[in-house]
Design a protein around this ligand. Structure first.
Ligand code: ZN
Length: 298
């Protein structure tokens, strides 16, 4: 949460306590137009790679004697911030237009299971390996494999059994189309025939989600998440098996990417769904930890 009175004071505005009724304080603010401009600059805290350059530009702008120079620097800072968000938006659009990746783990004992995220796949692969440890390792531990699903199986050539001929009860009419169709049907105990074929998932049927031209309130909130807020979320993802470099920039990029996808998919419910996914991850981490202790105790 931004301490708005601190930002105001730092910008050179005067914050005065006018009165106090019970626990409620009434304050007012006054100062120069230049101080108000510094307040506006200070209120918006940029995030991401452009953040340092933006900060430097705004600091230099505050030191300029010429208003025109200061204005040019502020404009440059604004453009940098805008580019940062446009870049994020393009990355999100690219990821939203690809069908969701399906992850799987297979092993001889546990069979085949699918997962929505790579973190879940990694956690399950790890758990599956542990199930082959008894007095010693079973050779079958090598049956544990995981990956992404590249092809799915789709129904093709679906055909409906033709209706029985109305004119010829024994379907023996000469040059009768209805009789011919009935007789060509391979097996009258089946109402339909079809085939099944492999179809690549990449060319699949998931329609490209349009990325909104205007910032929606949800995207504005998500894209404004500062790195110190993304950090704890990234740490949960890492504990659940996600691969994230231990750098604030990478943590923020991965978390924002995840959140933007949630917004594009679930709209205003993005945080309800995101919080549930995080809780699931935490649950799995706990279970994995508890399972590990149990194994060593045996
Ligand atoms: Zn017929």
């Amino acid at each position: 949460m931004i301490d708005i009175t601190k930002v105001a004071r730092d910008a050179g505005l005067t914050v005065v306590l006018d009165g106090k009724i019970g626990t409620q304080e009434y304050q007012s603010v006054s100062g120069s137009l230049a101080a108000l401009q510094r307040f506006a600059d200070g209120y918006y805290k940029p995030t991401g790679d452009a953040a340092k350059t933006v900060e430097k530009l705004l600091n230099r702008a505050a030191l300029q004697f010429e208003d025109e120079d200061a204005a040019i620097m502020r404009e440059a800072a604004r453009m940098l911030q805008r580019d940062h968000y446009v870049h994020l938006a393009h990355a999100a659009r690219a990821s939203a237009s690809t069908p969701p990746t399906r992850y799987f783990v297979y092993d001889n004992d546990g069979g085949y299971e699918e997962f929505a995220t790579d973190a879940e796949r990694a956690a399950h692969h790890h758990d599956a390996i542990q199930t082959y440890l008894d007095d010693g390792w079973s050779e079958e531990v090598k049956s544990v494999v995981s990956g992404t699903v590249t092809h799915k199986t789709v129904q093709t050539n679906l055909e409906q059994q033709p209706a029985r001929c109305q004119e010829h009860a024994d379907a023996d009419g000469e040059h009768c189309e209805a009789c011919d169709a009935w007789n060509e049907w391979p097996d009258h105990s089946f109402d339909t025939t079809c085939s099944y074929e492999a179809e690549p998932i990449a060319s699949g049927d998931a329609a490209a989600a349009p990325f909104p031209d205007e910032l929606t309130p949800e995207l504005r909130e998500v894209l404004g998440w500062p790195n110190f807020k993304c950090g704890p979320v990234a740490h949960v993802m890492v504990a659940a098996g996600a691969v994230i470099k231990p750098k604030a920039e990478d943590e923020q990029a991965v978390v924002l990417h995840w959140l933007v996808k949630l917004v594009l998919k679930h709209g205003a419910d993005w945080w309800t769904i995101g919080r549930d996914e995080l809780r699931e991850m935490q649950q799995r981490i706990k279970q994995a930890a508890a399972g590990g202790d149990h194994a060593t105790a045996e």
